[in-house]
Design a binder for this molecule. Structure first.
Ligand SMILES: [Zn+2]
Length: 125
């Protein structure tokens, strides 16, 4: 798989939706830009895709391999609107599951598993 196989629109929409929040890559949390890419995207392609968007001035952050702290730029937001129109990134099952896990981990660990199972059932995951 190569960068051209990864659509840019969901990635930009993901970063737009999470504007002002921390965004990283392949870290197993809801801040992971890979969640806006096809399921089987290898980490090196995730980072290369982001690098390409950074080179075009659409995304800010660091692509050295660290946590990244990616965010969509003003130019990126204008590009997204001009090319793809209004819209919002739709949370995927993987995103909702990770969000549910993170929510549970913030609570009493004793209840975390039970609450997680409850949330997963509610979300239909
Ligand atoms: Zn870095």
């Amino acid at each position: 798989m190569q960068c051209k196989d990864v659509p840019e629109e969901p990635v930009l929409r993901f970063l737009q939706k999470r504007l002002g929040r921390f965004n990283s890559w392949c870290n197993g949390s809801i801040s992971d830009v890979a969640l806006a890419m096809p399921d089987d995207t290898p980490p090196k392609v995730v980072l290369r895709k982001i690098s390409g968007l950074m080179r075009r001035g659409l995304v800010d952050g660091c692509d050295c391999g660290c946590a990244g702290s990616f965010s969509i730029t003003q130019k990126g937001q204008e590009y997204l609107l001009a090319k793809y129109g209004e819209g919002e990134w739709e949370e995927t099952e993987a995103y909702r599951l990770r969000a549910a896990i993170e929510q549970c981990l913030k609570q009493d660990p004793k209840d975390a598993v039970a609450k997680l199972l409850e949330l997963v059932a509610q979300e239909g995951l």
